[in-house]
Design a protein. Structure first.
Length: 366
């Protein structure tokens, strides 16, 4: 019983990453309302495939998003105390006992890797609580949760953990969270079955010159291949004819060198890095401004790319470029510059996606 209790508490303070989508479905509705533990991508022993559970939550996607993005919302999981600094790099900290204090050894602490409002938030354990039984394996695992509005006031929620290895301790931790994640999802479902308050509508992206950039394209290639092209140096060379340094791991470099002629540091996205990913489904990374925006270039926005399998060897690639409003708020004296940076990328991303599409249509990229 003690092990199960720890498992449930750790997962309820989710060691997962969450994707919310008001328009793009990420999971089919199960035949029976409840929780479905998804089978691994391929049967193997040991099992190093992503661990996923999914189910339907009786609440609009905006309400479910609040649960994971605000301290008060997070208390829906039954935590006594919670402090969420909701930003890329921010901490999600929670305690289950009123006698505990945020920051003491019982605190469950996660660090936010990336997010896409009302679609996705990715994070990983930053510091496990006292008594956590897997003191080595947690370091390689990160989490991604996806939610999709079903159009009837309900949300399809998918929780995924990535990074398990073949080591014995990692395999035991995988079983530990397989049980705990399902329990966590059931608790969330019961919370919203009891009472739901609908969130007020938000402004459309187009009304805000600092809003996220949203672009997509349908590529005539299978999802696994398209994902590989976008997340490897060989892939970027093949469709955009650029040199790059890419390591597909959280914290790994994601540096695209658009020109090798300028001095080092001014060639492209030097210093940018991978934030999180789900194999063949989602990829997120930090991004910087071109050298002509000197002040903005030292800061980092972030990008979330999703890959949806449309069948018949076709893939929908969606790019969300976020962080302009956050940077402008942090540096109010440079708000106009961030509007210019956003305008630059609003024109640039369609060229990137166009080259990606052309690779499969003509055999050539840019």
């Amino acid at each position: 019983m003690r092990t199960f209790e720890i498992a449930c508490r750790l997962v309820v303070c989710p060691l997962i990453a969450i994707t919310l989508s008001g328009s793009r479905a990420v999971a089919d509705e199960p035949a029976v309302k409840g929780v479905q533990v998804l089978p691994p991508a391929a049967a193997a022993v040991p099992d190093v495939s992503p661990l996923s559970v999914e189910g339907i939550v009786n609440a609009p996607v905006g309400e479910v998003w609040r649960v994971f993005s605000t301290s008060e919302g997070f208390k829906s999981f039954g935590v006594a105390k919670c402090d969420i600094d909701f930003r890329v790099g921010g901490l999600m900290r929670a305690c289950y006992s009123e006698k505990s204090e945020i920051g003491d050894p019982t605190t469950i602490q996660n660090r936010i890797l990336s997010f896409e409002p009302e679609r996705m938030v990715a994070f990983r354990i930053d510091k496990p609580p006292q008594g956590f039984p897997f003191m080595n394996s947690w370091q390689s695992v990160w989490s991604v949760v996806t939610m999709s509005g079903l159009g009837d006031g309900r949300t399809a929620l998918r929780m995924t953990q990535v990074g398990y290895t073949a080591e014995d301790e990692s395999q035991k931790m995988r079983e530990f969270f397989k049980m705990g994640n399902a329990w966590s999802l059931q608790k969330l479902q019961k919370h919203f079955d009891a009472s739901v308050q609908v969130a007020p509508p938000t402004l459309a992206h187009a009304e805000d010159p600092l809003a996220s950039i949203e672009e997509d394209v349908v590529v005539a290639g299978p999802r696994e291949e398209v994902f590989s092209v976008y997340t490897t140096s060989a892939g970027w060379k093949s469709f955009f004819n650029v040199e790059s340094k890419i390591e597909l791991r959280p914290g790994g470099p994601f540096e695209i060198y658009f020109s090798m002629e300028p001095p080092a540091g001014s060639r492209g996205s030097e210093g940018c890095m991978v934030l999180s990913y789900i194999p063949n489904r989602m990829f997120s990374y930090t991004w910087n401004a071109p050298p002509k925006f000197a002040a903005a270039r030292v800061e980092r926005t972030w990008v979330v790319v999703t890959f949806d399998d449309l069948g018949l060897a076709r893939t929908k690639v969606h790019i969300s470029h976020l962080g302009f409003a956050e940077m402008a708020a942090a540096h109010a004296d440079r708000a106009e510059e961030y509007k210019e940076v956003r305008g630059y990328f609003a024109k640039a991303w369609p060229h990137v996606l166009g080259a990606l599409k052309a690779k499969w249509e003509t055999g050539q990229g840019r």
